[in-house]
Design a protein around this ligand. Structure first.
Ligand code: ADP
Ligand code: MG
Ligand code: ZN
Length: 626
């Protein structure tokens, strides 16, 4: 290997320039983003407050005019050793200082200039180090590669970002609630185990299977389980990884991936989020993406290029088959589709059983009850739920998870972290009226799901929440049920209107109104539940690149469009009138419930219904048919 000084000089110039710019960038970010170098992990302000309450915070260093804190915390959740964590403080949180004082936390404030000057000294030392590193890197590369300088960099080929697991360690027993999919894959497993048996009789095994289902339903897990059951290596890459800056990188990664896979056959190649590359070509929206198309073409070529019986089976996952390029779904490519759906109650129970195995649940915890309370939860949600329960158990220093932790965990998974309640104020009363409005309408309407609880404890974005117990079977929903839901959702805003007057209504109903409008619109355009008649005027699917109504509408005339708008408005108008009547008729019990809610912060469904029954003259629930 010859390596002349001329080559080194030739190459060191551009590299020097690159390093210089990188360094400039690095230095600039340092000043603004110093905390990152001190503490790599972060937490939210909410979690920080929680830790503070637990007495886990030992020291806080304030930077950036008290907008950033580097926290030293220790606690069971943090592995019982001191951790330095970065937290963003909203507006410097002035009342925080007194809180920290009260909690006896060591506070230290650092002026901005102080930290950056430290860094510039360090910077002066680091620069030559980086430079030497750069040269050493060049030496290594040119030693490895023969040929002219043009190939020295091996652009794009340098790192193949797929991962390989020789043994996934996942078996079909770890995947629950998706029996049909497992059934389908049994054949693939037996092929991977004994390919010769299939070859002997001339049978062809599908090369590609596409797994379709919403996020968190266990698609990745299932693919791993197939590799695990068959005892073959598992290659995986995510579609989004293909979408790179440089044209040609994605295609070369696909080539690398398949080459490695063929060397290691039999094996599974798993392509997650295939819609990122496999979207229909040439739609021309937002300009073509050459890189993506090249990657997709390479993928198609690779899949055509090997015989079905080489022992490489490609499994792809997506939650949107409808956007995939039809060439991908042609015979000989991904010609089989397996759907995994959100589990039903039995599936949820099975999944809970899988994830409860390594948890310490107290005997009174019934997985059946949890399964009943969690319609719509995916496998990942359920796993997350049990884990949150376990975290709470540890935090409360209990030995076993009880139903109280599980309840809190369900709420957290659905609605986010709990916040601190407001002090009594007009705002709090308004929120109370809003929530009681939802709850009372839901309680009095015959077709509405029953109230589970009403609470003023904020969670996530919501300042107060009304929870309803959803019915198990959500697959067929009647017109009366939708009407009841619209009225229930309007209940909050209507209570604000009736009690505080129209000029005082708040933005708090924004989300409710979105739901109301969407439900009413779907009644008209998808389910034929209006005077327009039984027409499907819009599809459910929407294109993320287009607005909802633009992407999803089928062809219809201007005339129909204005009729749709009129129908939607008339449904909502009607529901609004009825809801206003309910709120006005029940004002006495509403006032009573609001007082109780402000006092107790949470009222459960049973108690709520009892009070409503005591006060209202309505013997039976109301049902409206419009
Ligand atoms: P997807 O790829 O469909 O988004 P994953 O396979 O990544 O979902 O699921 C995430 C996690 O959720 C899994 O690692 C597992 O812990 C849990 N999970 C999801 N579905 C199931 C299931 N059917 N059975 C058991 N666990 C599941
Ligand atoms: Mg996945
Ligand atoms: Zn609301």
């Amino acid at each position: 290997m010859k390596l002349s000084w001329k080559t080194i000089l030739l190459w060191s110039l551009p590299i020097l320039i690159v390093i210089f710019f990188l360094w400039q960038g690095f230095n600039n970010t340092n000043n603004a983003d110093f905390g990152k170098n001190v503490a790599s992990s972060r937490m939210t302000y909410g979690r920080f407050l929680e830790y503070l309450e637990m007495g886990w915070i030992k020291k806080v260093d304030l930077y950036d005019d008290s907008h950033t804190g580097i926290v030293e915390a220790i606690g069971p959740e943090l592995g019982n050793r001191i951790q330095r964590i970065r937290v963003e403080l909203p507006n410097g949180a002035p009342e925080l200082i007194s809180k920290l004082r009260k909690a006896n936390v060591d506070i230290d404030a650092h002026p901005i200039s102080d930290s950056s000057s430290n860094w510039s000294i360090l910077g002066n030392l680091l620069f030559p180090l980086l430079l030497i590193g750069g040269l050493a890197f060049l030496f290594r590369r040119s030693n490895n590669l023969q040929g002219g300088p043009g190939q020295a960099m091996g652009f794009g080929k340098s790192k193949a970002r797929f991962s390989m697991e020789a043994k996934t360690g996942v078996s079909f027993n770890d995947v629950a609630g998706v029996d049909e999919a497992k059934e389908e894959f049994q054949e693939v497993v037996s092929f991977l185990k004994r390919p010769e048996r299939f070859k002997a009789v001339g049978a062809k095994i599908p090369k590609g299977v596409i797994l379709v289902g919403p996020p968190g339903t266990g698609k990745t897990l299932l693919a791993k389980a197939i590799a695990g059951e068959a005892g073959v290596p598992f290659f995986s890459i995510s579609g989004s990884e293909f979408v790179e800056m440089f044209v040609g990188v994605g295609a070369s990664r696909v080539r690398d991936l398949f080459q490695k896979a063929k060397e290691n056959s039999p094996c599974i190649v798993f392509i997650d989020e295939i819609d990122a590359v496999g979207r229909q070509r040439g739609t021309g929206i937002g300009g073509g993406n050459d890189e993506r198309e090249q990657t997709l073409n390479q993928l198609l070529t690779e899949m055509d290029g090997f015989e079905g019986n080489t022992g490489v089976i490609v499994i792809a996952a997506t939650n949107r088959v409808d956007v995939l390029d039809s060439a991908l779904l042609r015979p000989g490519r991904f010609d089989r589709q397996v759907t995994v759906n959100v589990p039903d109650i039995r599936g949820r129970l099975d999944i809970l059983n899988v994830h409860a195995k390594n948890k310490k649940l107290s005997p009174e915890v019934s997985l059946e009850v949890i399964a009943k309370r969690t319609p719509g939860f995916s496998g990942a949600d359920l796993a997350n739920l049990l884990n949150e329960g376990a975290i709470l158990t540890a935090r409360r220093r209990k030995d076993f998870t009880t139903m109280s932790e599980i309840d809190a965990a369900i709420d957290r998974v659905i609605a986010g972290m709990e916040g601190t309640t407001l002090i009594d104020s007009k705002t709090k009363r308004l929120i109370a009226y809003h929530e009681v409005g939802h709850a009372i309408v839901g309680t009095l309407l015959h077709h509405h799901d029953p109230v589970q609880k009403v609470t003023l404890v904020p969670r996530g974005q919501a300042k107060g929440l009304t929870w309803f117990t959803p019915a198990e079977d959500q697959s067929l929903i009647s017109k009366s049920q939708i009407i009841a839901r619209i009225m229930g959702a309007l209940g909050g805003r209507v209570a604000e209107e009736v009690v505080f007057g129209f000029p005082e209504v708040t933005t708090g109903a924004g989300n409710d109104l979105q739901q109301v409008t969407s439900m009413a619109r779907q009644m008209v355009t998808r389910f034929g539940m209006s005077n327009i008649g039984p027409l499907a005027l819009e599809n459910q699917t929407s294109d993320p690149f287009l607005g909802r109504s633009m992407g999803s509408s089928l062809e219809y005339s201007e005339d129909i469009a204005s009729k749709i708008d009129m129908q939607v408005r008339s449904i909502i108008q009607h529901c609004h009138n009825e809801t206003t009547q309910i709120i006005k008729d029940n004002r006495i019990v509403i006032d009573k419930l609001v007082d109780l809610l402000i006092e107790k912060e949470t009222i459960n469904g049973e108690e709520f219904r009892n009070i409503v029954n005591d006060f209202t003259k309505v013997p039976d629930k109301i049902s409206y048919f419009s």
